[in-house]
Ligand binder design. Structure first.
Ligand SMILES: [Zn+2]
Ligand SMILES: [Zn+2]
Length: 842
C-alpha cells in the first residue's frame, strides 16, 4: 500500500489531467472562471482575472492583503459569522447540529478532535452508522497542539479553533458534488459578500487513512478561507476502488472567516474581542495598528517551524518594514505573549469543560503545556492576570454559540486553581534544582527532560540561571517539542491472549446479555484446538471491559478461562475435551462467581455516577477492573479524594442500592444512543459496531457497556469502599467491594475492632482516645530512647500509608499510620514496644 503522501501526489496529477471529471468545473465555467497554472507553485487554479499569474496562496502572492482592506461586504463578529453561515445553509437544506466534545471518547486512536470529520469517524464514514443528519453543518471545536510556539506571533495560529463543517454522506447515485460546490460558493458570495473576481479556487487532492479524493481550496486576498474535500475512493492492495458511501468533507475556520470579514490586524481581535480588550487594559499594552498593518504580512516569516534562523528572520522583517529590530521586538513579543494567554485560556476552557484534565501523560499533557506556557508569560511580565477570569470572559462571550461553557464553569475554575498551585509548587522546587544544575551548561535535552519529568518551565530555568550570571538557550519551538513527546496517538490496550487459527468461524452468539442469571445452555462444538473450545453460542462471559471471565463446566469438564479473539469466544478447559467437533454439549456457569462479578460491575457504574455527583461533572472513567475478590474504578480528578468525600460517595452509593432502581439493558443503534444520551456514554472507552449495548440505571447513569449487569440496584446488596489512591497525575483509583464480599469485609472489620478493644481493654468507642493517649506516651518514650541509645531509625519507623475510611478503625489506623489490614499486628507490636520501654526506663 502507498503512503497517504504518495497517493495524494499520484492522484493530484491524475485529476489535473481530467479536471472536468473530478472538480465542479461546469459551475466554475458558468460563473466565468478560467483555469490557470501558478507560475510559482505550478498548481492549477481558477480565477476571473486572465492576468492573474499566481494562485493567491500567501507564499506565492505576497501574503495577506485584506487587513484594513477587506473585500467582504459587511464586517461580521465571530458569533455572527456562524449564525449567518448556519441560516444560509439551513435554507440550502442542511441541518445544523451541536458540536461534539473536544475529547474524542468515541475513538480509540486519538485524544482530541482535530477536524469536524472526526465526529463521524470511523462508523459514519464507513457507512456502518447513519449520520445524525444528512447533509449537515457543525461548528466543531478542534484542538491541535503542533503549532504552540507560533500562537500569538503570526496573528493567525491557534491551539483551538472552530472548524465549520459542511458534510454529506451519500451513495454514488445520490452524491452531488456540483451542488456541494455551489453551496459553499454561495457562502463566499452571499455570506461574505465577495464578488467572483475576489475569489481564487485551487485544484488539489487529499488522502488519509486509506481514502482519497480531489479537493478544492478557496482563497481571497492571500487568505485560505476553507477547503472542500471529496472522499471518493479507497486504496486496495493493488489498485483502488470507489467508496460505497461518498463523503463531502468541507472544513472552514470560523476564526478566519470572521477575521476576513472584519479585516482587523490580528485574527485574535475578532475571535475574542472582549478578552483582548480586558488584557490590553490590565497589561497597559496598546496595539500599534499602523505597525501591525506593516508587520503582519511578514509575520509568517517568524513561523518557528519553517524558519531556520529565527533571529535572522526578525532582522529581515525589521528591515522590510523599516523599523529598528529592538523596537519591533519590544512591541511584538509582549503583545504575542498576551494573545497566547488569551488563546491558551480558550483552549483550556473548551477542554476542561468537556471533561479533560491537565496531567503529565497522554492528551492531558498538551493541556498542562499550554497552561504552564500561559502562566509563565504572566510571571515573566508580572501582569495581574487571572486565567480563571480570562476563561470566564471567554465563556461569557461564547455563550450564544456554546452555552455549555458557562454551565460547566465552576469545575473549570476549580481545576485552574489546583493547577496554579501545582505550578507555584514546581517553581519553588525548581529554584533548588536549577541552582545545582546551572554550574554546567544546560543542554536542550536537559531542558526537555526538566520539563517532562519535573514540570520545570524553561522560562524559569532561564530566569534562575540569569540570577546566577549564566545564560540558557531555550529552543524557539520548545513547546511544540515537548508536546510532540506525548501527543503520539493513544494505543488501545487489548486483552489479548493466544493467537489461535480461527479461520472460517463466525461470531459466537453471546447469551449473557439479557439475563445474568441464565446459567445453563446447550450448544454445538464448532472447533477444538488443544484445550480450547469454540461453540456456536455461549453463556460464558469472556474477560472483557475490565470484567473477569466466568467459570463453570462444559459436559462436566471444568472451564477455567474464557476469552475473546476477534468476535469468537474461546473456552479453555482444564484438560483435553472429551467431546469432539460437531457434538452437542451442555454448559453450566458457576452462578456464585457470576453474581459476584455482576455485583462488582453494577457497583462500578453506581460509584462512577456517585463520584460525579459528589466531585463534579469532570469525573469520567479512566479505567476499571472487576474481579471476584474486589473491583476498582479509576476516575479523572485533579486532586486526591478526601475521607469525607469518599464517605459521601459510599453513602450515596448505598442509598442507590437501597432505592432498588431498575437497570435497563438494551441494544441500540449507535446514532440513536448518542443522540439520546450524549457522548458521555463511552465511559469504558470506544466501543465498535453499528449497534451498541446501553446499560441504563434509570435517572443515574447511562453507559455503553457489554458487561453482565444486575436487574436492579438492590441486588448489589452493599457497597464498601476500601480506599482511594492517586495512581497518576489526574487519575484517582477507588477500590471497593460489593455484595457478599462487602459483607465479609464489614465482618472482618468488626472482628478487628473487637480484637483491638480486647488488647487495649476498653470499649470499642473508646479505642481512638485510648490509642491516641498511648501513642503520645509511646512517642515520648521513643524520643527518649532514641536520644539515649541512638538506635537506628528504621527499627522504629512505622509504615505510613494511605488513610482509610472514617470510623473507629480508621482513626486508629490514622493515629498509628498503618494499613488497616495490619492494624491488629501493629497495635500488638506497639503495645509490646511500650512495655519494653517501660521496662527500660522504670
Ligand atoms: Zn502558487
Ligand atoms: Zn460497564
Amino acid at each position: 500500500m502507498l503512503s497517504d503522501k504518495e497517493v495524494k501526489k499520484i492522484f493530484k496529477e491524475k485529476a489535473s489531467k481530467e479536471p472536468d471529471k473530478y472538480y465542479a468545473t461546469s459551475v466554475l465555467k458558468q460563473e466565468g472562471f478560467i483555469r490557470k497554472k501558478c507560475i510559482h507553485c505550478k498548481k492549477f487554479f481558477w480565477t476571473l482575472n486572465s492576468e492573474q499569474k499566481t494562485c493567491d496562496d500567501p507564499a506565492c502572492s505576497g501574503g495577506f492583503r485584506f487587513i484594513e482592506n477587506t473585500p467582504a461586504k459587511k464586517s461580521m463578529s465571530y458569533i455572527e459569522t456562524w449564525k449567518k453561515f448556519s441560516s444560509l445553509f439551513k435554507k440550502l437544506g442542511y441541518t445544523p447540529i451541536k458540536r461534539y466534545p473536544v475529547v474524542a471518547r468515541w475513538r480509540p486512536d486519538v485524544y482530541w478532535v482535530g477536524a469536524s470529520i472526526y465526529d463521524f469517524q470511523p462508523y459514519v464514514v464507513s457507512g456502518e452508522v447513519k449520520p445524525p443528519a444528512n447533509p449537515l453543518i457543525v461548528p466543531q471545536v478542534c484542538l491541535r497542539f503542533n503549532d504552540i510556539d507560533n500562537v500569538g506571533i503570526t496573528g493567525a495560529h491557534y491551539t483551538s479553533f472552530v472548524m465549520i463543517g459542511q458534510h454529506a454522506f451519500q451513495p454514488p447515485e445520490k452524491y452531488d458534488q456540483e451542488q456541494y460546490f455551489r453551496d459553499i460558493h454561495s457562502w463566499l458570495k452571499k455570506g461574505l459578500g465577495l464578488k467572483n473576481d475576489e475569489i481564487t479556487f485551487h485544484e488539489d487532492a487529499w488522502a488519509g487513512g486509506g481514502n482519497f479524493g480531489p479537493c478544492m481550496e478557496f482563497f481571497s486576498r492571500g487568505l485560505e478561507l476553507g477547503n472542500q474535500v471529496y472522499m471518493l475512493f479507497e486504496q486496495t492492495p493493488n489498485s483502488y476502488r470507489e467508496l460505497n458511501i461518498k463523503v463531502l468533507d468541507m472544513g472552514m475556520g470560523l476564526e478566519r472567516n470572521a477575521w476576513f470579514s472584519s479585516g482587523t490586524s490580528t485574527s485574535y481581535e475578532t475571535t475574542f474581542p472582549t478578552v483582548a480588550k480586558k488584557l490590553y487594559n490590565i497589561s497597559g499594552i496598546k496595539i500599534d495598528s499602523s505597525l501591525m498593518k506593516k508587520f503582519l504580512p511578514y509575520s509568517s516569516y517568524l513561523n518557528v517551524d519553517e524558519v531556520e534562523d529565527i533571529d535572522k528572520s526578525w532582522l529581515y522583517v525589521a528591515s522590510k518594514i523599516n523599523i529598528d529590530i529592538n523596537e519591533l521586538k519590544q512591541k511584538i513579543i509582549p503583545l504575542s505573549a498576551l494573545y497566547s494567554i488569551a488563546e491558551h485560556s480558550r483552549s483550556l476552557l473548551f477542554a476542561l469543560s468537556d471533561g479533560a484534565l491537565p496531567s503529565n501523560i497522554g492528551g492531558g499533557y498538551n493541556l498542562r503545556v499550554i497552561l504552564r506556557r500561559a502562566l509563565s508569560f504572566i510571571d515573566k511580565y508580572a501582569w495581574d492576570i487571572s486565567l480563571t477570569e480570562v476563561c470566564n470572559e471567554h465563556a461569557r462571550y461564547l455563550k450564544p454559540l456554546f452555552p455549555e461553557l458557562s454551565e460547566n464553569f465552576n469545575t473549570v475554575s476549580k481545576i485552574l486553581d489546583v493547577e496554579k498551585q501545582k505550578y507555584n509548587a514546581t517553581k519553588q522546587k525548581s529554584r533548588a534544582i536549577i541552582g545545582k544544575l546551572v554550574k554546567e551548561k544546560i543542554s536542550e535535552q536537559k531542558l526537555l527532560q526538566l520539563y517532562d519529568s519535573q514540570g520545570i518551565d524553561p522560562g524559569i530555568v532561564k530566569q534562575e540561571a540569569l540570577k546566577l550570571g549564566k545564560t540558557v538557550e531555550v529552543p524557539k519551538n520548545f513547546y511544540s517539542m515537548v508536546s510532540e513527546l506525548h501527543s503520539k496517538e493513544k494505543k488501545e490496550i487489548l486483552e489479548k491472549k493466544e493467537n489461535l487459527n480461527l479461520e472460517g468461524l463466525n461470531e459466537t452468539k453471546a447469551l449473557y446479555f439479557d439475563d445474568y442469571l441464565k446459567d445453563k445452555f446447550n450448544a454445538k462444538v464448532l472447533k477444538i484446538i488443544g484445550n480450547n473450545v469454540v461453540l456456536d453460542k455461549t453463556a460464558f462471559y469472556p474477560s472483557s471491559g475490565g470484567q473477569d471471565h466466568d467459570n463453570g463446566k462444559i459436559n462436566s469438564q471444568n472451564v477455567i478461562d474464557v476469552f475473546k479473539q476477534g468476535s469468537v469466544i474461546i473456552h479453555v478447559l482444564s484438560e483435553k475435551p472429551k467431546f469432539k467437533e460437531g457434538d452437542e454439549v451442555d454448559g453450566i456457569i458457576n452462578l456464585n462467581r457470576r453474581l459476584q462479578l455482576a455485583q462488582h460491575h453494577t457497583a462500578t457504574h453506581i460509584i462512577n455516577a456517585c463520584a460525579r455527583k459528589t466531585l463534579g461533572s469532570h469525573i469520567n472513567q479512566a479505567g476499571a477492573k472487576k474481579t471476584v475478590e474486589k473491583a476498582h474504578l479509576d476516575i479523572t480528578h485533579y486532586q486526591s479524594i478526601t475521607n469525607e468525600e469518599l464517605e459521601k460517595i459510599e453513602k450515596l452509593a448505598n442509598k442507590i442500592v437501597k432505592d432498588k432502581i431498575p437497570i435497563y439493558l438494551n441494544f441500540m443503534l449507535r446514532n440513536d444512543a448518542e443522540k439520546k444520551y450524549g457522548m458521555s456514554i463511552y465511559q469504558g472507552g470506544a466501543v465498535p459496531g453499528r449497534e451498541i449495548r446501553i446499560v441504563e440505571i434509570k435517572g443515574l447513569d447511562v453507559e455503553a457497556c457489554g458487561g453482565t449487569h444486575l436487574k436492579n440496584t438492590s441486588e448489589v446488596g452493599k457497597i464498601k469502599i476500601l480506599r482511594a489512591v492517586k495512581i497518576q497525575d489526574g487519575i484517582v483509583r477507588i477500590e471497593f467491594v460489593a455484595g457478599e464480599r462487602a459483607k465479609k469485609e464489614i465482618d472482618k472489620k468488626k472482628g478487628t475492632l473487637r480484637e483491638i478493644s480486647k488488647i487495649l481493654n476498653v470499649d470499642e468507642a473508646q479505642i481512638p482516645a485510648r490509642v491516641e493517649e498511648l501513642f503520645t506516651k509511646w512517642k515520648k518514650a521513643r524520643k527518649a530512647l532514641k536520644k539515649a541509645k541512638q538506635i537506628s531509625k528504621q527499627e522504629l519507623e512505622l509504615k505510613s500509608t494511605q488513610r482509610f475510611k472514617g470510623d473507629v478503625l480508621t482513626k486508629t489506623a490514622e493515629i498509628l499510620k498503618t494499613q488497616p489490614e495490619h492494624l491488629v499486628k501493629t497495635v500488638k507490636r506497639f503495645m509490646d514496644e511500650l512495655e519494653s520501654f517501660k521496662r527500660k526506663f522504670n
